[in-house]
Design a protein around this ligand. Structure first.
Ligand SMILES: C[S@@+](CC[C@H](N)C(=O)[O-])C[C@H]1O[C@@H](n2cnc3c(N)ncnc32)[C@H](O)[C@@H]1O
Length: 340
């Protein structure tokens, strides 16, 4: 039975990879055909690198299948969602890809009709050169689709690998008070909620528009939505058992990353657990260093290079966390630790 589950998950994940890779090729082809006006992203043509990435994608999807078969998370998390929404996004994705390529060509990093208010200054920018940065309903609608196109349909399984590391390292069987930081549109939220026993689940992000979509997608359940920056959390000391984030830390200046660690430590109860999923870093997989160099230029990520050199394990220990451990898979890296 386990083998069957693993094969079904592998087939389902590979078909998603095929669809998103085709969409990437179409979007890339569009920018390329108009490259007199706009700048397509860098396209790696090194066959050895592509083979290495391809093997990594298959290994990730296989691990996702093993995780489902072993009950780390339920089969439900790999089911395809919202096929009609996916199709409906495509025309918007095409037009937005040209706007993104235009910003890339003109190096427009703060291209807003009206600047976002009540957010830290370092965030007032078009991350990924995306329209409105993280601050509009339109950007929220396209965000997850754009990320999956960028990662060829591997973003969701990469997020889920944090659940595996958390369960491998800690006993998390009692009902938990969970806080998710930088949750965005809730891409990881329902997968995490289905994988743990949840007493309460606070979903937080600095973007009101992203959080609105996260709320719409998870209308039922123990969820609570709180807008605000992760470096200044409006929660009492010791109020959570698990605090985690996905793809948040590489967006932050180093000093803010360390403030977020301190805030996380403060709001965790003694014995509470931190989990982080983010990009791999320099030399985690030397063959992929080239990808870490082109990504922040193509997708306007001003703090990414510094992030790839940041010693997160030392920062966690320096903040006070113990039992810190880390691993990485494909393009993502994971850290967990405990507040003593
Ligand atoms: C790359 S997205 C990741 C979203 C989601 N976790 C995912 O897995 O797709 C980064 C998210 O972090 C949020 N963010 C950026 N800086 C933040 C901060 N200082 N505090 C809280 N959220 C922040 C953004 O609004 C955005 O939703």
């Amino acid at each position: 039975m386990k083998k069957l589950i693993e094969s079904v998950v592998l087939a389902s994940n590979l078909s998603k990879t095929l669809i998103y890779s085709l969409e990437y090729r179409m979007l890339y082809g569009l920018s390329k055909s108009l490259s007199y006006f706009v700048e397509p992203p860098t396209r790696e043509r090194n066959p050895e690198l592509l083979r290495h990435l391809g093997e990594g994608v298959v290994a990730l999807h296989r691990q996702d299948g093993r995780n489902v078969a072993e009950g780390i998370y339920p089969f439900d998390v790999v089911k395809p969602r919202d096929f009609r929404g996916h199709l409906g996004n495509l025309p918007l994705l095409f037009t937005d890809s040209l706007k993104i390529s235009r910003r890339r060509r003109l190096n427009l990093k703060r291209d807003f009709e009206s600047e976002p208010e009540n957010v830290p200054d370092y965030l007032k920018r078009n991350y990924h050169f995306q329209t409105d940065g993280y601050f509009s309903a339109e950007s929220a609608r396209l965000y997850e689709h754009q990320v999956e196109v960028l990662f060829s349909g591997t973003a969701a399984p990469m997020r889920r690998m944090l659940i595996k590391l958390l369960k491998d390292k800690f006993t998390l069987t009692r009902p938990l008070r969970i806080l998710e930081l930088g949750a965005g549109t809730g891409a990881a939220t329902s997968d995490f909620a289905k994988s743990f026993r949840v007493l309460s689940y606070t979903v937080s992000d600095v973007s009101e528009d992203y959080l609105k979509l996260a709320r719409m997608r998870t209308p039922n359940g123990p969820f609570d939505f709180v807008q605000g920056p992760a470096e200044a959390l409006p929660f009492a000391d010791a109020s959570f058992d698990l605090v985690f984030s996905v793809f948040l830390f590489h967006e932050l200046p180093r000093s803010v990353r360390e403030e977020v660690l301190r805030e996380t430590f403060r709001v965790l109860a003694p014995g509470g657990i931190i989990g982080i999923c983010d990009s791999i870093q320099r030399d985690d997989d030397p063959k992929l260093n080239i990808v870490l160099e082109t990504f922040p230029k193509d997708y306007h990520e001003p703090f990414y290079k510094d992030y790839t050199l940041w010693d997160a394990s030392s920062a966690l220990k320096h903040t006070g966390f113990s039992e810190v451990s880390s691993n990485h898979q494909l393009l993502s890296k994971y850290w967990v630790g405990r507040k003593p």
